[in-house]
Ligand binder design. Sequence first.
Ligand SMILES: [Zn+2]
Length: 361
Amino acid sequence: MSTMRAARFHAQKDIRVDEVPVPTPGNGQVLIDVAWCGICGTDLHEYLEGPIFIPQCGHPHPISGEEPPVVMGHEFSGVVAALGEGVTDLEVGDHVVIEPYIIRPDVNTGPNSKTYHLSQDMNFIGLGGHGGGLAEKIAVDRRWAHKISKDVPLDEAALLEPLTVGFHAVERSDVQHGDVALIGGAGPIGLLTAAVLKAQGVTVVMSELSALRRQKAIESGVADHAFDPRETDVVEEVKKLTDGRGADVAFECTSVQVVLDTLMDAVRPRGVIVVVSIWGHRSDFDIHKLVMKEIDLRGTIAYVNNHPATIELLESGKIDLKPFITGRTGLDGLVDEGFDTLIHRNETAVKILVSPSGEGL
Ligand SMILES: [Zn+2]
């Protein structure tokens, strides 16, 4: 039996590069040679505080049936290496990105579903089982492999997954062309949400503590303004930019209370606030303000049938993801270089990509 290298989560602060069997594509599956896999904030949380999405030892995930060790990595691109039985609409050599879902087989995941991502026991490839992108190969159900043009570089394509998180958040906001949006936090998701907004003709204002991240937001062209909330009254600036009205929409991308408070003050009456970040604690905010401004506070999680639209954005050249790739490493550098940079020097990095085969490094 042939083997391959894969980064597997064994326990908190215990991720190892293991030799594991190469998967064979089952009925309706495709085998993919992984090109690039991004490291996500979720991966860091699993490493530092997990298992969270990853099942606990002794408690296998109800759909995948897996428990640690599990292969990590859910933001990846690759090349089709083999087709399982019944797959006739892809060819070996096609470039693909993965919508990394683990969803019960009886859930409708058809093109008109708006809710499959909210179905019971939903989890992600690379967290809840079913392999991951931090391995040389993976077999995935055809449903979750999206073909992309060979004109899109595979490294940029690895950012399509977090870009689609931003796309779904923007969709949830019902923002209109010409609106003004305020984003709290210029981490990877804040920046990619900004990229989607800019591509839709929205004026983007960002509030961010890190000077390096503000610089990235401006230099990459995804933000029109980036303010340091310690030095600038962000609410006042937003009012100046909107003739005193306030932002039409706002995106909370930090899970920090004071940021949510700022967004509450900065949105216009009947403005929409979308909470994009994962909150590990309860929030405490001025519900009276929400009532008196008729603020519309909305959640968003992951994506649902949004990949075709984000792939089109990337293929059309309306979004350039290159500026957000700030580092590259192999599986051996995953923890010592990749995780370490993102944990200890995270303002210097946006997205670090891993090449599981080492190709392209
Ligand atoms: Zn992620």
